[in-house]
Design a binder for this molecule. Structure first.
Ligand code: 13P
Length: 345
């Protein structure tokens, strides 16, 4: 049986969950990255995706706020504009831990209309070994769970199958020396209530930890990436930050084992300000038995993308927007954020 190097995993977890820092999710698939570019009238394609990544990854001072970056396969092997160093080498130089999205996407789940099953286990051991050999230190696998109460979603089968894959993924990448970020994203689209979000998220996260144990993942070497407990985006009652924090903390305390490596949050379509406000409210409920941090894609990158618009002359201004989101989330991570800070220069 292959062994797990628990010391290596714990060392990586410690770096990733360093106080005051978050994990940047810069791992949109090529298709999604192109969509993001096209939303600001920039053409997609490999070079523009590379420039988009460079905007964030090569910002001076990134390491003051970001402990690790999740990359997509294309970016993992690309070089920055100097043409000399790969993004992985550039991150290592800054002391930022390089990570890699290793799932191959959420596909239609046969027999279960509107539900998805994330795939990519078949050759995962080889791929994980190769990333590890080239500097990758952690991995990510995202499952998506849809809520639709009228249609009885999520089904037990979709939750079970996705949790099963997450459990097997975690063990496989741990054997390759990578810390697994285990991400069961409960989508916020739909009219469901905050209570439903709490119930479903708790059920999903509990099932994921059952599977992590069943497949013998090393729990202190696992990072859970979860959605916050929040009402559906089509629900007219807007929950307060306090309600989001109460629901999220209850969900975590009832479904996450205390010896987990840590817990990070995705933004999931919340606005940048909402994601920061909610993180702040959650952090104010500390002490939790584990470290928490932000791990956003959209809530960190979108405001900068809108300013950048693919133009080199906008890079400094766009990076200032990115830095502002990082600074405010750093404060929120300590429960020290105030919405008035959004308007300070
Ligand atoms: P968002 O913060 O945009 O939800 O993305 C986080 C992520 O890693 C999704 O897989």
């Amino acid at each position: 049986m292959n062994e797990i190097n628990t010391n290596l995993l714990e060392e990586t977890v410690k770096k990733l969950l360093a106080k005051g820092k978050g994990i940047l999710a810069a791992d949109e698939s090529n298709g999604t990255a192109d969509k993001r570019l096209q939303s600001v009238d920039v053409e997609g394609g490999e070079e523009n995706r590379r420039r988009y990544r460079e905007l964030f990854l090569c910002m001076d001072g990134l390491e003051d706020y970001v402990s690790g970056v999740i990359l997509y396969d294309e970016t993992f092997w690309q070089k920055d504009c100097s043409g000399e160093k790969t993004f992985v080498e550039k991150l290592e130089e800054k002391g930022v831990v390089p990570g890699i999205k290793v799932d191959l996407g959420a596909k239609d789940f046969p027999g279960f209309p509107e539900e998805k099953l994330t795939i990519g286990l078949d050759d995962l051991a080889e791929r994980a070994g190769n990333y590890s050999k080239h500097g990758g230190r952690f991995a990510k696998w995202r499952a998506v769970i849809k809520i639709d109460e009228e249609k009885g979603l999520p089904t037990e089968e979709a939750v079970e199958a996705n949790a099963d894959a997450l459990g097997r993924y975690a063990r496989i990448v741990q054997e390759a020396g990578l810390v697994p970020i285990v991400e069961p994203e409960v989508l916020l689209t739909g009219p469901h209530s905050l209570e439903t979000s709490e119930k479903v998220t708790k059920y999903v996260v509990k099932k994921v930890f059952e599977k992590l144990n069943e497949y013998r993942a090393y729990i202190p070497g696992v990072i859970l990436k979860t959605s916050m407990v929040i009402n559906g985006s089509a629900n007219v009652d807007e929950a307060s930050a306090e309600e989001v924090a109460d629901g999220t903390v209850r969900m975590l305390l009832e479904s996450v084992p205390e010896n987990v490596g840590g817990v990070v949050f995705l933004s999931g379509g919340q606005t940048a300000v909402e994601a920061t406000t909610h993180l702040d409210a959650i952090a104010e409920r500390e002490p939790l038995p584990f470290e928490i941090a932000f791990s956003y894609a959209r809530a960190l990158q979108q405001p900068a993308l809108r300013v950048w618009k693919g133009k080199d002359e906008n890079t400094d201004l766009a990076r200032a927007e990115f830095k502002k989101r990082l600074e405010l989330n750093q404060l929120a991570d300590a429960g020290d954020y105030d919405i008035a800070m959004e308007y300070l220069e």
